[in-house]
Design a protein around this ligand. Structure first.
Ligand code: HEM
Length: 251
């Protein structure tokens, strides 16, 4: 059972995550989208979306620190276990609360705005259930176990188990005695990773980062030889040769 849960399940999830993305990219590029519902409603979205996305980015940053970096490394930098605990509980609780608030607004919007509700598919519902489950059980770990409870040093068990999967020397025995909320969190997250490529979550890999650097107004010149045409070269590309455009404009 230990091997099934902590070796087989993770590798099946990772394989589905990897191959699923390749399959989706090759077969459904037009469906590779957030399936944005901003046109239907934007007042709630304006609050819910940034709270959720920035909260979750901070949460995942915390995971890189707590799950990705070995305890011995932070100890070598002079960060004691109580100091790490204080930092992770405070930052984790704050960023977790922002994520929960954001997701709450997004779900409320999805349930109450008729047009958004109608645009919600079956796989969306599964995705929201798993996302809510991952975030809810994560909060149980941080708030229930580490803030209110006595605290649990997951960097001695959960974190090395997760890293051991990537060095292909899995250590499932590390997860055997871990508190239930940490076990369920890991299993819900792995299920979420497994279904990820078949949901709108694929948009994570095509986030429009170019928006941060593009000019506010995009000028387009029809004349590629005009000096102004190259001024904002970073923001657009000529889609056809002048000759091809001529043919297109004057058939
Ligand atoms: C398999 C990968 C993951 C592992 C091993 C893992 C493990 C953990 C652990 C040990 C905590 C407690 C952190 C603390 O109290 O300091 C936690 C918290 C949390 N996790 Fe995860 N997690 C994983 C992936 C995810 C993902 C993908 C999400 C979101 C979709 C997520 C959402 C959360 C949230 C919201 C919290 C509470 C806030 C926080 O402490 O940052 N986790 N997770």
């Amino acid at each position: 059972m230990t091997g099934l849960l902590w070796v087989t399940v993770p590798y099946v999830a990772f394989t589905s995550f990897l191959l699923g993305h390749i399959w989706r990219y090759r077969h459904d590029q037009f469906g590779w989208t957030t399936r944005s519902s901003q046109l239907y409603e934007s007042r709630l979205l304006r609050w819910g979306s940034p709270l959720f996305h920035f909260g979750l980015l901070a949460v995942l940053g915390g995971h890189v620190m707590g799950v990705g970096v070995p305890e011995s490394w932070t100890a070598a930098l002079g960060v004691s276990e109580p100091a790490y605990h204080l930092m992770s509980v405070s930052m984790g609780t704050l960023s977790g609360l922002a994520t929960v608030a954001g997701l709450g607004i997004l779900l409320y919007r999805r349930a109450t705005v008729a047009a958004v509700r109608k645009a919600t598919t079956g796989i969306d519902k599964i995705m929201y259930l798993l996302l809510g489950g991952a975030i809810g059980t994560g909060m149980l770990n941080t708030v229930g176990s580490n803030l209110i409870g006595g605290g649990y040093d997951y960097r001695a068990t959960v974190s090395p188990w997760f890293r051991s999967l990537f060095t292909v020397h899995p250590r499932p025995e590390l997860m055997a005695g871990v508190p239930t909320s940490f076990q369920i969190h890991a299993l819900v997250v792995l299920t979420l990773l497994g279904v990820w490529p078949y949901t709108r979550l694929v948009h994570v890999f095509s986030a429009p980062l170019g928006y941060l650097t593009r000019p506010y107004v995009v000028y387009r010149s029809r004349d590629v030889n005009h000096p102004g045409a190259h001024r904002y070269a970073r923001a657009w590309e000529v889609s056809a040769t002048p000759a091809a455009r001529k043919v297109h404009n004057h058939p």
